[in-house]
Design a protein around this ligand. Structure first.
Ligand code: SAH
Length: 218
């Protein structure tokens, strides 16, 4: 990629973070990570010119890369300090995992569609994001071998929060997940502390379906 294209991407990223600030994102670490990560590399070539707009984009296999404001809202809600092990369900393009990887010790990300994970892994390698570990599986059952996780982010919408994920969340721990119908969901922030669970809604969203044993049927 030429130096001119690269610097124009930097300008677009700067504009994207300005929009995020206007829309209420305050967490410096989240904004910094998103200002830095080349989002265009996570979308198909034909979509690269639109990579920094505040809307979702198709990534193939009927799936989408989430809108930047949604990525920022979900990331900010986890209040990561840098030492955490974070589980993400729904790798998709890999962009959300990349943002998390800048803010925590290690990201464990699970995707059910082989072709998407294959592409995301290539981008992680190209960008030297070595603290992202990924696997192909039904993420609604979590990743028991690697549990517990200090934070969990589910980037597909389900009818309820899968029980295995609540069990695999550390205490204290935070989880964010879209919960609702197949058409629209509330973004739930679940906090586990002293063996108590508190859930609050932090916004309305529209995500693709979480498909699996503890999600929707295919
Ligand atoms: N975090 C992604 C968003 C991808 S869209 C990004 O930054 O691009 C949601 C993804 O969740 C899709 O790729 C879909 O295939 C995946 N998905 C849906 N159900 C899943 C499940 N049970 N386990 C793992 N991944 C799942």
């Amino acid at each position: 990629m030429s130096a001119r294209v690269l610097s124009s991407c930097a300008i677009h990223r700067q504009r994207m973070t300005e929009t995020l600030i206007e829309r209420g994102i305050q967490d410096h670490a989240t904004l910094h990570a998103m200002a830095d990560i080349p989002r265009h590399q996570f979308v198909e070539d034909a979509m690269q010119a639109r990579a920094y707009g505040d809307f979702p984009l198709p990534i193939g296999s009927n799936q989408t890369i989430s809108q930047p404001i949604v990525v920022a809202t979900m990331t900010q809600a986890l209040h990561l300090q840098g030492h955490e092990r974070v589980l993400e369900i729904g790798t998709g393009s890999g962009y959300q995992a990349a943002v998390l990887s800048r803010l925590c010790r290690r990201v464990y990300t699970v995707e059910r569609i082989h072709s998407l994970l294959g592409r995301a892994r290539k981008v992680f390698d190209q960008l030297h994001y070595y603290n992202i570990i990924s696997c192909i599986d039904d993420g609604t059952v979590g990743w028991p071998e690697q549990a517990p996780f200090d934070a969990i982010l589910v980037t597909a919408g389900g009818p309820k929060i899968p029980k295995p994920l609540i069990e695999q969340l550390a205490d204290p721990g935070k989880m964010v997940m879209p919960v609702g119908t197949q058409e629209e969901q509330e973004l739930h922030l679940l906090e586990k502390r002293n063996r108590r669970i508190r859930i609050q809604s932090i916004g309305h969203v529209r995500f693709v379906n979480l498909i699996g044993e503890h999600g929707w049927r295919e």
